[in-house]
Design a binder for this molecule. Structure first.
Ligand code: KIV
Ligand code: ZN
Length: 515
């Protein structure tokens, strides 16, 4: 069977970032974008340029860094949005403006308060403006799965005439059902007279756990672009997971009429990078990238796999990058080897002081831990990028925790802020509780702790623990990260990281930035 190309459009940096607490700095976004480029995604939706200065800068930086993937910015149908997206993308090798407006009766009536005619007019004029500024334009009919079929046909025909080359039909609220959603896409392609001039795309949310199924069903009916995110990150229950869509198409090549250009061997490293930067852990039983995805517990399964792998495995772990977990550096590795490995992992520090800081941390880690893996380096880079050499942040100077059976744990710590040392002590219900209470006595942040989680970065008891602390204040949610072989130190780092992020307005969630 002759395969057609399935465009993989990754929106981890835009829709993924809309997960509460998943906001990323510009440097973190550039790292993810480089990893996506290595993965060979066709289109990287880098952000929503108008939503904040931080998002604009991130889209611009990604457009200037990424060479092999198309870089895209989201824009509503207003002139301001579209011009801002074009400005952010102006240095891209290949740029795309993605403009959207809602087409469902409920959105048009209550949210937009616009008539269907007004929506058509807005859509057409937005696409025309976008095409004047950029060669590649995508148009989305937001809430397509709850829109009226005839109205969608009318909008789609007119925006294609206006110059849109990709038409996206999102299941914005995750309401679609595979056969029904796919049938609508197929009928649209058949009924819109100029449908052959555009690629039809799907963008599914996972509210009913159907995002991947809906996307794949639509591919069977003619969709040739899938919008998805690493680890299924995204607004509410998330978006279709890139790794699941790609591996389904590849594993079931006997039934899919398409193929992707994804280099699947980078899937696991990209998944880990996104998880470590956002602080959203991957559940162990998550398909493809979960720690148990290729682990066989039952004796019968183990026996079968040892005799003939395909008895119980439909994919090879190494095809998605599981076996690339190898020792990369050790105690004796020098600065050049360290910098070279970081570059291979997609990190180049713009600032020499940050590279030096990272190298000092690497040496300290290598003293505690004999074998340093890529995952350790990723965790270390995340830390330097959030704390860096910036003297404006709260940092840990020292920590002592006493925890004895039958006694309340007790913490004593010293923090540094703008060159001054501050000491605090506290008891707590557990050692972590004691430590966080001691920090709060100094910080008086008035924040609410929403999540505390610890994950081992690598296998073995000398693994670094990577801690995520999610804090909320006044509707803002941030995820702080910290990694260390001592999980109490990692916990303090994560808590301080979250406090430092809350003090940084660049981290404003797009929706809180007034979009
Ligand atoms: O879910 C959605 O409808 C979106 C659009 C902006 C494409 O994210
Ligand atoms: Zn979405």
């Amino acid at each position: 069977m002759d395969k057609q190309h399935l465009v993989i459009f990754d929106t981890t940096l835009r829709d993924g970032e809309q997960s509460p607490g998943a906001s990323m700095t510009k440097e973190e976004k550039v790292r993810v974008a480089k990893s996506l480029e290595k993965l060979k995604v066709d289109v990287i939706e880098a952000g929503f340029a108008i939503s904040s200065q931080g998002d604009f800068e991130a889209v611009k930086a990604i457009a200037e860094t990424v060479k092999d993937s198309t870089v895209c910015s989201l824009a509503r149908t207003t002139n301001m949005d579209i011009e801002r997206a074009a400005e952010a993308l102006k240095n891209a090798n290949s740029g795309r403006i993605h403009t959207f407006i809602a087409t469902s009766p409920i959105h048009m009536q209550y949210k937009l308060q616009m008539s269907p005619d007004q929506v058509v007019e807005k859509a057409v004029s937005a696409v025309k403006l976008a095409r004047n500024l950029m060669g590649d334009v995508e148009f989305s009919l937001e809430d397509a799965s709850r829109s009226e079929f005839d109205f969608m046909c009318r909008v789609v025909e007119q925006v294609i005439d206006a110059g849109a080359q990709t038409i996206n039909l999102p299941d914005t609220v995750g309401y679609g059902f595979p056969e029904e959603y796919a049938e609508t896409i197929g009928r649209l392609i058949e009924n819109v007279p100029n449908a052959d001039k555009a690629i039809f795309s799907v963008h599914c949310h996972n509210d009913l756990g159907l995002a991947v199924s809906n996307s794949l069903a639509a591919v069977m009916k003619g969709a040739r672009q899938v919008e998805c995110t690493i680890n299924g990150l995204g607004e509410r229950a998330g978006n279709a997971a890139l790794e699941e869509v790609v591996m389904a198409v590849r594993t079931r090549r006997d039934i899919f009429p398409v193929e992707t250009s994804i280099d699947t061997s980078h899937i696991v490293s990209t998944s880990r990078l996104v998880s470590s930067i956002t602080g959203f852990p991957v559940q162990p039983n998550k398909a493809i990238v979960g720690a148990n995805a290729f682990a066989h517990e039952s004796g019968i399964h183990q026996d079968g796999v040892l005799k003939f792998r395909e008895t119980y495995e439909i994919m090879k772990a190494e095809d998605v990058g599981w076996s690339t977990n190898k020792i990369v550096l050790g105690k004796l590795s020098g600065r050049a080897a360290f910098a070279a490995r970081l570059e291979e992992l997609g990190t180049q520090f713009e600032n020499k002081a940050d590279l030096n800081e990272a190298f000092v941390r690497f040496k300290a880690l290598a003293d505690k831990k004999r074998e340093i893996y890529d995952e350790d380096l990723q965790a270390l880079v995340s830390e330097v990028q959030v704390s860096g050499s910036d003297g404006d942040k709260i940092t840990l100077e020292s920590l002592e925790v006493i925890s004895k059976t039958g006694q309340l744990p007790h913490a004593e710590l010293t923090l540094n802020y703008k060159g001054e040392s501050y000491r605090s002590t506290s008891d707590g219900d557990g050692p972590v509780d004691a430590v966080f209470k001691a920090i709060e006595q100094l910080a008086k942040s008035n924040t609410e702790l929403k999540l505390y989680s610890v994950n081992a970065v690598t296998a073995g008891t000398d693994s670094q623990g990577e801690v995520t602390v999610r804090l909320e204040k006044g509707g803002r949610i941030v995820n702080g990260q910290g990694a260390d072989t001592d999980i109490l130190v990692a916990s303090v780092k994560a808590y301080l990281n979250a406090l430092n992020l809350l003090a940084n307005p660049d981290r404003l969630h797009p929706q809180l930035a007034g979009v």
